[in-house]
Every structure is written in C-alpha cells, then in structure tokens.
Design a protein around this ligand. Structure first.
Ligand SMILES: NC(=O)c1ccc[n+]([C@@H]2O[C@H](COP(=O)([O-])OP(=O)(O)OC[C@H]3O[C@@H](n4cnc5c(N)ncnc54)[C@H](O)[C@@H]3O)[C@@H](O)[C@H]2O)c1
Length: 424
C-alpha cells in the first residue's frame, strides 16, 4: 500500500528480495563524518558560533571608526553630554556668576552668546536691546506669531545680532551660553489659539542641557490663578482652574516650571525662573486684549475704555525696563527662583482707566462689559525675595511709564511722531 502511494511514474515496479550493494561513491566517505558531526554535535556548533560572534563584536568598534557618519558622531557626542553634562564656563567679571573675580582694569569682558526665544515680541525685543548694548551676541528665535520684525529691525546689520524664524515646538541646535526663553503668546486672545508652553519649553531645556547653557524661563503670575493669598509670595501654590479657557496658559506655565525644575534636579541644567506680573510699555501688541494696551489704544482712537466686570479687580503694572533689569539680574545671579518680578503698586481697573484718561483724554468714556471667565480678582506681587536676593525693585511708576507707551502707540496707530502735551 505504501509503495503504491509513493509510486508516481506508472512504471512497472521491480521488487526484488536479493541484496545488491550500492555503488561505491568515494566522496561519501568524506561527507559522512561531517554530516554525523553536524547532526550529533549541533549544540557545540551553536556555542562556537556565539563565541565567534562575540569575538568580532568585541574587536569591531576600533575598526568601525572609519565608517562613522557625521550623524553618528553627533549622536555619540550627545550621549557623552548626557552622561557628563558640561558645566557652563562664565567669563570672569560677569556679574555675580563670575568664576575668576573681577576683570583687570583696561580689559573688556568678552560678550556671551545668548539666545532669546520670542525676542521679536514686546518684552523680548527690549531685552535684546539691553544685551546687545552690553556687548553680547544675540540670536533671536521667533515665529512672529505675536512678535514683529519691526521690533528688532534696528539691529539688522549688526554682526552680533541674528534673527531666526523658527517655531520652538520644533527642536533647534545652537551653541550658546545662555537661553532666555520667552517664546509664548502672552495675551488671552492669542494663547487660546497657540498654546506652545510645554513642548517649546521642553525643546529649549533639551538645548540647554545639550550645550550646557544657563536657562531662564519667563513664567507668569497666572500660576497663582485666582489667588486666595494676597499679596502673592513665591511659596504660594496657587488656585488655578485646570480645565478653563485660560488653563492652556496658566497650567502650561506651571508645567513649564515643573519641567525646568526637573531638568535642574535631574540633569544639572542651571535654570532660573521668573514669575512676571502685568508688564506694559512701548512695542506692546496693539489690541491684544491686555488691559493697558486696550485702554491706551481705545483712548487714542476716541473709543470708550472697556472695563470688564465692575472694574474693582486689581492688578499691578510694571514698566518693561524694570522687568528687563530683573530678568538680567536673575540670569546672572546665583538663585534658581522662582522670583516674582512685578510692581507692587496695586490699581483697580477703574483707577487704571482714570490714569489713562488723565494721560490721553480726560473725556474718554468708560464702558462696562461682563467679566471674562476665570479672571483673577486680585493680583499683587510680594517682591521681598527679589529685593533681598537680586537687589532688584521696580523704579518706574505707572504715571511715569504710561506716557512712554502712549507715545509709541500714537506713532504706530497714527503714524505720526507727535506727543500730546500730557504724554510729554
Ligand atoms: N507681558 C506681560 O505682562 C507678561 C506677563 C507674564 C508673563 N509674560 C511672559 O513673558 C514672555 C514674553 O511676553 P510678551 O509680553 O513679550 O509677549 P509677546 O506676545 O509680545 O511675545 C512673545 C513672542 O514669542 C513669539 N512666539 C510665540 N510662540 C512662538 C513659538 N511657538 N515659537 C517661536 N516664537 C514664538 C511671538 O511671536 C512673540 O514675538 C512670555 O513667555 C509671557 O508668557 C509676560
């Protein structure tokens, strides 16, 4: 039965009982012992293979160096930096972080290489002015979402100034000593459409770690939410709605602070955290929904000043030059923070409207509208910590700073260079 099943060619099967020895094949005598060894000593051969493999792997790295591509070499150095984060070297004589005492008289401090993300924005552009004036080389990284080239155009042509159009939600590699991270839309009308805090901060912290740069985060008083403690001290943990319309900004900045501290503790990155309170001044975005810019633009256009709610909610307003001074002191100082940077002078919205009326148009009308969601009732910084540790406090009073902003707004809205008598 079996032979019938394997019989395929319909040829007569010759079945014979007689033994006929197979023809002698000489090569079989060589193959047979090898076959036997292969069959019976399989395990031995497997082990031999593993040993040979291990041997080649062990000797390969020295010979494969020749084939390393640029990309591989970069990854290797990255790895080395991750294992051994380099300590930033600060030039002697550079503020309080100098490592070697004062620069001898007659020798100039060498400028630092500094990246300012969001440097084409309101605060960023003023910071860039100060850094360039100090002799540093500045790279502005901005996607112009709320910023404007006009704010930094006066530095075009300066070899110590560079401008890169880049969105910080994408990684970027730059060799720098310090990173001021400001990139983030700061007004409610903008940040609702472009929350960049978390990913942008993560990328910039990654850059700081890779190149050993010092990193300053511009956080905000919004981390205190609608505060239950007044004035707000840095140790207060805040009262923030995690799912409201403003949460992308408030919680985004809180997360950014967390990331900064984690990079500081876990990867040795030198971080600095500033909690900025309401700031105003020239180059602010017109019509961006922030109260000072709103009032000033409305008064100049002879429109009624919009007050949300009953106008009794309070804010503190610091002039931009005070903030920039505070940011630079924080960056150069020894302390991580967070530090409140704001002007403790507290105004209700109605009082602010009154100052704007006095400065621009005494006949400007006030129009009340329902309050926006999650609008904090009170805001006032306690700046004791910044005073004690940074030697910083604001110098410009609202009535002195506002005319400078009015003059800039007037120029941008009407394109003229005249100041009103009240703003002079
Ligand atoms: N001005 C204030 O009152 C205030 C208060 C608290 C905190 N802050 C913080 O200070 C920083 C600067 O604020 P500002 O008032 O100058 O605001 P701004 O909107 O004028 O400046 C922000 C800048 O960041 C840029 N930007 C935004 N998203 C970006 C992205 N993804 N990639 C690259 N660039 C991007 C914008 O184009 C703009 O130039 C912000 O981080 C803000 O949260 C400001």
């Amino acid at each position: 039965m079996g032979s019938e099943l394997t019989y395929r060619r319909h040829e007569p099967q010759t079945l014979s009982d007689s033994y006929s020895p197979k023809p002698n094949k000489p090569w079989l005598s060589v193959i047979r012992p090898i076959r036997y060894m292969l069959r019976e000593q399989r395990l031995l051969f497997v082990l031999l293979g593993i040993l040979l493999g291990a041997f080649f792997i062990a000797i390969l790295p020295s010979s494969s160096h020749r084939q390393i591509t640029y990309h591989d070499a970069y990854s290797v150095s990255q790895l080395a930096q991750i294992m051994n984060p380099p300590q930033p070297v600060y030039r002697p004589g550079f503020g309080s972080i100098s490592s070697g005492g004062k620069v001898p008289l007659g020798l100039k401090r060498k400028g630092l290489r500094i990246v300012v993300t969001g440097g084409a924005g309101f605060v960023g552009s003023h910071l860039v002015d100060r850094l360039i004036a100090r002799g540093d080389s500045v790279i502005v990284v901005d996607n112009f979402f709320t910023g404007n080239k006009d704010n930094v155009m006066h530095h075009f042509g300066n070899p110590r100034f560079e401008l890169i159009r880049h969105d910080v939600v994408e990684p970027l590699l730059l060799e720098v000593d310090q990173i001021y991270h400001l990139a983030c839309p700061a007004s409610p009308v903008h940040y609702k459409y472009n929350p960049t805090n978390v990913v942008g901060t993560l990328n910039m912290l990654g850059l700081a770690k890779r190149v050993g740069a010092r990193f300053l985060l511009t956080s905000t008083s919004e981390v205190y939410g609608d505060p239950l403690q007044h004035p707000q001290v840095e140790t207060y943990w805040g009262n923030v709605n995690p799912i409201g319309v403003r949460s992308c900004y408030d919680e985004g900045k809180r997360t950014a602070e967390t990331l900064a501290m984690d990079y500081h503790r876990g990867a040795g990155v030198e971080v600095r955290i500033a909690r900025i309170f309401n700031t105003y001044g020239p180059r602010m975005c017109i019509d961006d929904g922030r109260v000072v810019s709103n009032f000033v633009a409305q008064a100049l256009r002879k429109e009624p000043l919009t007050v949300y709610g009953d106008g009794k909610q309070t804010r503190s307003f610091q002039f931009v030059s005070d903030l920039v001074e505070g940011l630079m002191r924080l960056m150069e100082g020894e302390h991580v923070g967070p530090f409140n940077l704001g002007n403790p002078g507290e105004f209700t919205m109605l009082e602010l409207a009154q100052v704007v009326q006095e400065t621009i148009d005494p006949n400007a009308k006030i129009e009340f509208k329902p309050n926006t969601e999650d609008d904090p009732h009170k805001r006032k910084p306690d700046i004791t910590k910044a005073k004690d540790l940074l030697g910083w406090e604001p110098k410009v009073a609202l009535r002195k700073g506002l005319p400078m902003m009015v003059s800039d707004f007037r120029q941008r809205i009407f394109g003229d260079h005249k100041d009103s008598s009240s703003s002079a």
